[in-house]
Write a protein that binds this ligand. Structure first.
Ligand SMILES: [Zn+2]
Length: 110
């Protein structure tokens, strides 16, 4: 980063801002895949992996156990995209923060 000019860094910062997904489309957590046996001993699932996959959203909280919520198939894609947006926004914020850190070190205005 040190070989880039302050103008380069600020240009990069503007590019990062443009890549930011809409902030109302974020979801924190992860998708968990589950297969369940129905309990019928004659069902093929009795000897297989179970019915599924069924998806659950797992969200962890500091100091307590993760919360799991069933995700209907109809919502799967949106949930999946929103989780990816959360990760992307975090990465972009981290990169912008690093640029600002570098500008600060060079005594440049942010
Ligand atoms: Zn079954």
């Amino acid at each position: 980063m040190t070989e880039q000019s302050a103008a380069d860094l600020k240009r990069r910062r503007r590019q990062l801002l443009r890549k930011l997904p809409p902030l109302d489309t974020v979801l924190r957590g992860s998708l968990i895949e589950r297969y369940k046996r129905c309990g019928n001993p004659r069902c093929k699932c009795a000897t297989g992996p179970g019915h599924g996959p069924k998806y659950y959203l797992s969200v962890s909280y500091r100091g307590s156990s993760p919360r799991m919520d069933y995700v209907a198939q109809a919502n799967y894609e949106q949930v999946s995209e929103s989780l990816a947006n959360y990760t992307q926004i975090r990465q972009i914020l981290e990169q912008i923060s690093e640029i600002n850190h570098e500008l600060l070190r060079r005594r440049e205005p942010l």
